[in-house]
Design a protein around this ligand. Structure first.
Ligand code: HXC
Length: 263
């Protein structure tokens, strides 16, 4: 498996809307299949947004027809174990999951395999009514490799994850909502605007507290309750060193809106 060269063509589109960074997957001819070039560019854009102080939240979106139909099967069909395991491709999903700023997946159409895994690596998912999720890897002789068995199980429980991964069955946005995998289901025309609305809402919150809250919630998935409670409390105390805590509580007492500065 030769490492594909990055082409001049942009596999993603990047823009900002005030404090919100928007990354749009842009391989319509392949239903946004997540090849090396696309994922490399996605991580680069994410890191740029992480490093940009004015950016407070990040959206990863696809098109109406496809969020992403999986990792690019045509890049890996002939690969060997040695080639696959030496390849950094899958770590790019981990990088999305470790983003230092809140991430929202805006999902419409297919979110399959690595596409579903990319959405689940984000903090929140806004889905259109036409969104179709699934981990169909079993149908092509493999298993999810970018977090599907872990994140889907944590999100919807063992029995349901087991069924979906072992059958490869696709599931609808409504089913995803009822199982707690997505945050909201909205008409297809508004999936991006709803994701932006949510991103702006979060971007207006004190960013140090937002980060502490995300870290604590993510910790809840990994540790026992006492460790989690200790972690939460340490983060809670640490926020009393921030200007935003002083401002937030003062504004409450003075019955006015707080002005958060991110310090
Ligand atoms: C490469 C893909 C692709 C993929 C679609 N295409 N999915 N190319 N990798 N994952 C390409 C098709 O080959 C086709 O190209 C074009 O996109 C349009 O797709 P069609 O199949 O013609 O469209 P449609 O009939 O509407 O079917 C849509 C679909 C189907 C149901 C989403 O494309 C499909 O089943 N795709 C594969 C889904 C999948 O198995 N995903 C998991 C991949 S493995 P041409 O050139 O023919 O027009 C995976 C591993 C994750 O994700 C772990 C590692 C990251």
């Amino acid at each position: 498996m030769d490492r594909p060269q990055l082409t001049a063509k942009k596999e993603i589109l990047v823009e900002t809307d005030g404090p919100v960074g928007l990354i749009t997957l842009n391989r319509p001819e392949a239903l946004n299949a997540l090849n090396h070039g696309l994922m490399e560019q996605l991580v680069e854009a994410l890191e740029d947004f992480e490093a940009a102080p004015p950016i407070r939240s990040i959206i990863i979106a696809g098109s109406e027809r496809a969020f992403a139909a999986g990792a690019d099967i045509k890049e890996m069909d002939q690969a060997t174990v040695a080639q696959m395991s030496a390849d950094p491709h899958l770590t790019r999903w981990d990088r999305v999951g470790k983003c230092a700023k809140p991430t929202i997946a805006a999902v419409s159409g297919f979110a399959l395999g690595g596409g579903c895994e990319l959405a689940m690596a984000c903090d929140l998912i806004v889905a259109s009514e036409t969104a179709v999720f699934g981990q169909p890897e079993i149908l092509i002789g493999v298993i999810p490799g970018a977090g599907g068995t872990q994140r889907l199980t944590r999100a919807i429980g063992k029995a349901r994850a087991m069924e979906l991964v072992l059958t490869g069955r696709r599931f609808t946005a409504r089913e995803a909502l009822s199982r707690g995998l997505v945050n909201r289901v909205v008409p297809v025309e508004s999936f991006l605007s709803e994701a932006k609305k949510l991103a702006h809402e979060i971007a207006a919150k004190p960013p140090i507290a937002v980060k502490a809250a995300r870290d604590a919630i993510n910790k809840a998935l990994d540790v026992d309750i006492d460790t989690g409670l200790t972690f939460e409390r340490q983060h809670f105390y640490s926020l009393f060193d921030t200007q935003d805590q002083k401002e937030g509580m003062k504004a409450f007492i003075e019955k006015r809106e707080p002005k958060f500065v991110g310090k």
